[in-house]
Design a protein around this ligand. Structure first.
Ligand code: SF4
Length: 505
């Protein structure tokens, strides 16, 4: 699980790579590709092709296929089952005894018998993570965050993924609106579970309106089929005032409750509105009062679920509590923290971990530091700093809340703070010897911000080292006390597939 740092949401999800291409391959125009030449491997960027997506890019040294297959070959079938993508590959490669049919680039097929541990990895790495092009969404949601991005950001930012395989493998949310009957049947047959579903509303007519897709209302029936097949679904509702809140939210909760235990958890998160909404559907942000009413509605309903099933099922995201100016619920409220990635209970868990870390901490290194964070999480970081100071009075540090001028000040989550805002708002201020930021502000491999400012550029502009810290109370405590994370060398040669996950789909 990739938890984002002291904030709400993990912003980036990396799915594929670009890399050296075997000499036998040809590019899309049929030209031979030179050994070690790097091509773009992302299917959706290039239009997608079998060659780019599902050829074997590397064979692990411990792979049972090592020496028995070659870079550039493709997996045709395993035990007679066609391998069309990573789901097929992972599912059918699970058994101990495998007959793997492979195809050379010249079309010649050959079979290899494999004996391995049950569930053991075949150790193959493919042209793209999915072995296929990622699927884009078929909707035009009125609240889509991607539609609210400014122009001129990197191209990958604008890709709207809605891919069931990414939901299972990486936790992306999907709307179920672009699944064919064959895909629905495959999810059931392979028992792809759990999956994350963006429900928003169970009212079919309202769902069609909100997703602006005439087929959007059919997805609830698909959820029922999944539930009957025992597929676990973690759901989210992006709550938009005046649309799917109030009585509509109550209806959605009632109808989703009927699908328990297949519907395992449901997060209710407030819609995010940037300043780039010209010509878009008129949406209003949550007021403090309305956020409070929504919390009351959800908590009252979930209290009943707790009584009936032993689980609350329905949880408001941290952001809703911050908007309402309410205290976050205590540790026990969040049960298994199922929707941590979606910003549900993240701040509570951070505090719990931080308190434990403090009990184990040695004296701080005595160096002054600054923590930069989004406006929403800033009071909580200040609280943690106060706790640390009470236990270790020599600790010297401060928290700086960064206003989001890039997207608009109503966006206050840490994961959407840009390098430009960080530099502009911190330059010239007393920052001490080091700056701690959330890892969630950066793309994990490239270590750059949403606006393409790099970590080195931020360090240089501010005149001090900038340390990205994982979302973990122990890591945060360490970084405050001077036990610092190693600064990784970023991987910038890559070009392909980074999916933006704040899209609320
Ligand atoms: S919110 Fe998600 S499903 Fe809706 S249009 Fe945007 S990317 Fe597509």
């Amino acid at each position: 699980m990739n938890r984002s740092s002291f904030c709400f949401r993990s912003v980036w999800q990396r799915c594929g790579t670009a890399g050296p291409v075997p000499a036998r391959l040809r590019d899309r125009q049929g030209r031979p590709v030179k050994e070690n030449e790097t091509i773009r491997l992302s299917g959706w960027e290039s239009g997608g092709s079998e060659m780019e997506d599902n050829y074997i890019k590397s064979v692990d040294p411990t792979s049972p296929l090592r020496g028995r297959t070659e870079i550039g070959d493709t997996v045709v079938s395993i035990n007679g089952n066609a391998i069309l993508d990573v789901l097929d590959y992972k599912f059918f490669a699970y058994d101990r005894e495998l007959k793997v049919c492979l195809r050379r680039p010249d079309g010649c097929e050959y079979e290899v018998q494999v004996h391995k541990d049950e569930g053991g990895d075949l150790g193959l790495d493919f042209g793209s993570y999915l072995m296929d092009a990622p699927r884009s969404c078929a909707n035009a949601c009125v609240f889509c965050f991607i539609d609210q991005l400014p122009r001129g950001m990197r191209r990958t930012m604008y890709f709207k993924d809605d891919d069931a395989r990414l939901s299972f493998l990486l936790g992306n949310y999907i709307t179920l609106t672009n699944l064919s009957e064959r895909e629905i049947e495959r999810i059931i047959a392979l028992h792809v579970s759990p999956i994350n579903v963006s429900v928003h509303t169970t009212n079919p007519e309202l769902r069609c309106r909100m997703l602006r897709n005439p087929r959007a209302g059919e997805s609830i029936a698909v959820m029922r089929r999944f539930a009957e097949a025992g597929i676990v679904m973690n759901c989210q509702i992006v709550c938009c005032p005046g649309l799917n809140d109030g009585a509509e939210l109550s209806r959605s909760m009632r109808e989703l409750e009927e699908l328990w235990p297949a519907v395992h958890s449901v997060s209710i998160v407030p819609v995010g509105l940037t300043r780039f909404r010209e010509h878009l559907y008129p949406l209003t942000p949550f007021t403090r009062e309305h956020a409070g009413e929504t919390i009351d509605l959800v908590e009252t309903f979930s209290e009943g679920c707790l009584h009936r099933y032993g689980s609350r099922i329905f949880f408001c995201g941290d952001e809703m509590y911050l908007k309402a100016g309410r205290e976050l619920p205590d540790e026990a409220f969040y049960e298994e923290y199922t929707q941590l990635e979606n910003g549900v209970g993240m701040l509570r868990l951070l505090e719990t971990e931080f308190r434990s870390a403090l009990k184990l901490a040695d004296e701080p290194d005595g160096m002054d530091f600054t923590i930069a964070t989004g406006v929403g999480a800033a009071p909580h970081l200040e609280k943690l700093l106060r706790l640390a100071r009470e236990a270790f009075p020599k600790l010297r540090g401060r928290v700086c809340a960064i206003e989001n001028d890039f997207f608009g000040r109503s966006i206050n989550v840490t994961g959407l703070v840009t390098g430009g805002d960080l530099i502009t708002q911190l330059r010239g201020r007393e920052l001490g010897a080091r700056l701690l930021i959330s890892q969630s502000m950066l793309r994990r491999q490239e270590m750059d911000f949403l606006d393409d400012v790099t970590l080195e550029q931020a360090s240089e502009a501010l005149g001090l080292p900038v340390y990205p810290v994982e979302c973990d109370g122990f890591a945060l405590c360490d970084a405050m006390f001077g036990v610092l994370p190693e600064l990784r060398v970023p991987e910038r040669a890559e070009t392909g597939e980074q999916f933006y996950r704040y899209n609320q789909n």
